[in-house]
Design a protein around this ligand. Structure first.
Ligand SMILES: Cc1cc2nc3c(=O)[nH]c(=O)nc-3n(C[C@H](O)[C@H](O)[C@H](O)COP(=O)(O)O)c2cc1C
Length: 231
């Protein structure tokens, strides 16, 4: 499937191709049905976890005063991540991603629902790569499942992590215990407009190798016996 091809709406391919990070087109006026969010979270719980431990915990934020405090923490963290540049300096900049990030941050309290995704466990300086992989790998698949499910139910979302620069402040605000790792904050709203297009990504041939790092994988090359239907 190439960039120009369509996948029928409602299919898994369609969801995978059109679930985008939505920052500018979150509808800040239209309420979100929390029953739909609950349904999507239930679907997210079908994601795998290392050791089947199901250490995920989800905090669904809707109270305006709590969301306002989260916005303040998020803005502080974004300022750190942006090297001290204030919104006014970047919102008008040509960097669309940074511009979108600041716009989202500035209006975060107006987004109908914010979901904070956490996972029980904390990495230490002694943690091994396998432990790190298992911890974060036990929450991000579920966060992405949540986003895909939301898309399927007509809602838009974004994966955000920049606030983790201020994870202690978030933990204090939300009462998150020590020993629990925050993984993402997911703003959820209806989509302004209907259309989300597939992103432009580097082609598979530029990022996938065959048998050894750096070895080109020309999967459609008949001379190598590759192509659809072969291993
Ligand atoms: C692990 C991860 C962390 C991210 N953190 C943030 C964030 O803190 N703030 C933000 O606005 N977007 C964040 N994003 C969204 C990315 O910037 C976004 O996926 C990227 O712009 C590509 O968007 P697209 O998938 O719609 O093409 C994050 C995405 C991922 C996967």
């Amino acid at each position: 499937m190439t960039d120009g091809e369509e996948a029928p709406p409602g299919t898994i391919d369609w969801a995978l191709r059109t679930t985008r990070t939505v920052r500018r087109r979150l509808d800040l006026e239209r309420p979100v049905d929390l029953g739909v969010v609950a349904r999507c979270l239930e679907l997210a719980l079908q994601a795998p976890t290392g050791g089947a431990l199901e250490g995920w915990r989800w905090i669904v934020l809707t109270a305006p005063e709590v969301k306002a405090k989260v916005r303040d923490i998020y803005l502080e963290a974004l300022e750190v991540a942006s090297g001290g540049r204030r919104p006014a300096e970047v919102v008008t900049s040509d960097d669309r991603m940074l511009d979108g990030a600041w716009r989202l941050a500035t209006h975060l309290d107006r987004v109908p629902v914010l979901v904070v995704a956490c996972i029980k466990g904390r990495l230490t300086a002694q943690s091994t790569p396998a432990q790190a992989g298992s911890l974060y790998g036990s929450i991000y698949p579920a966060v992405w499942s949540l986003q895909l499910a939301l898309r399927g139910h007509g809602l838009a979302s974004a994966m955000t992590t920049v606030h983790l620069e201020r994870h202690e402040a978030m933990a204090e605000l939300l009462g998150i215990p020590q020993g629990v790792t925050q993984a993402a904050l997911v703003p959820i709203a209806h989509l302004v407009g209907t259309d989300l297009r597939p992103a432009h990504r580097r082609p598979l041939s530029a990022v996938a190798y065959r048998d050894r790092w750096g070895e080109p994988w020309d999967w459609a090359d008949p001379a190598r016996g590759d192509g659809p239907g072969t291993t």
